[in-house]
Design a protein around this ligand. Structure first.
Ligand SMILES: O=C(O)[C@H](O)CO
Length: 327
């Protein structure tokens, strides 16, 4: 590309908590002229015509109509991860902008995260750690027991790529698996992991010892798990969420956990993220919260970045966009 100007790509920020990773910069800067939101806002007149792609990391920058109106040469939006609930696909398409995501690479790590949360909450790892490092020598009281995983029933809501990988892992833990999904999986896929389809979500909720949410956030799944659904669950059940905070009615969840309607929850996602420091969920002993780290491993995050760069390059060259998301 010597002598040729690199394409201008808008990013939210570089480094820091939500910015593009510093160690991804070498790779990206060989291909693109990265412009942060701050630089764009400081030099809007010149940069708005230059920017041809947006690189969305941690759901940022937020793309609204005003931004689209100001970027007449925008062709591609590459979004990290699988969820695209932060994007208005119809709006983007009306501006002729194509969208890509990285749905395949994140599924293994996110499924691992689901199992990690399931094991951590059932075996009370966080409380156990606190007990072990506490100055108090009252170590492991007899009434402090966990919940067995082997032989327990896991209900998976959302049997896409991530849900299915959770099922594969749960099978190795000798769990019984129920699932609900918009479409029933093929018989051979079901029998490979020993999963039984529940047409009705209520049946899955009533029968499961662990309910794991691996759903896409859509208008149909928005606050799908509310007071009624939590009350259908067993009082000994644990809720695990690795999808989006908004698939659960969080106020109803707080109430259910406070009143022991369910035993515990393990959440990689909440709304908002992070939760305000005085949020009641942060005060409950029967809750584990992690900071939306389903795909946060070194190798996966690197491949996500490479895939996003590949999609931008293809889109700008007028080629079919790998992993394009259609409106
Ligand atoms: O959707 C995903 O892949 C992750 O949750 C990051 O948004």
């Amino acid at each position: 590309m010597e002598g040729q100007e690199l394409p201008y790509v808008l990013v939210d920020s570089i480094g820091g908590r939500l910015g593009v990773y510093e160690d991804h910069l070498g790779f990206l800067k060989k291909r693109f002229h990265l412009i942060t939101m701050k630089e764009y806002l400081e030099n809007k007149t010149f940069l708005s015509k230059k920017i041809r792609a947006i690189y969305i990391w941690y759901h940022k920058p937020v793309i609204n109509e005003e931004l689209l109106q100001n970027l007449p040469n925008l062709k591609v939006v590459a979004s990290a991860g699988v969820g695209i609930d932060h994007l208005d696909l119809k709006l983007l398409s009306s501006y002729g902008v194509k969208v890509s995501n990285t749905p395949f690479i994140v599924s293994t790590d996110t499924a691992d995260m689901g199992m990690a949360l399931l094991l951590a909450s059932s075996r009370r790892l966080v409380e156990g750690h606190e007990m072990a490092v506490s100055p108090d020598t009252e170590y492991f009281p007899a009434d402090w027991l966990g919940v067995e995983v082997s032989g327990a029933t896991l209900g998976i809501l959302g049997m896409g790529k991530i849900g299915y990988k959770v099922a594969e892992r749960a099978k190795a833990f000798e769990m019984k698996i129920l699932y609900h999904n918009r479409n029933q999986r093929k018989k051979e896929e079901e029998s490979a992991v020993g999963a039984v389809y529940c047409k009705k979500i209520d049946d899955l909720l009533q029968q499961s010892d662990f309910v794991l949410l691996a759903l896409t956030l859509t208008p149909q799944t928005h606050k799908l798990i509310g007071k009624r659904e939590l009350e259908l669950m067993k009082p000994t059940a644990i809720l695990i969420n690795i999808s989006r905070g908004l698939v659960v009615d969080q106020d109803a969840l707080v109430e259910a956990l406070q009143n022991k309607v369910i035993k515990a929850a393990a959440l990689d996602v909440t709304y908002p993220e992070p939760l305000p420091r005085d949020h009641p969920l942060l005060k409950l002993k029967n809750v584990i919260i992690t900071p939306h780290i389903g795909s946060a491993t070194k190798k996966t995050r690197w491949i996500m970045m490479e895939e996003m760069a590949e999609s931008i390059e293809a889109g700008l060259a007028g080629l079919p966009i790998p992993r394009e998301v259609l409106p």
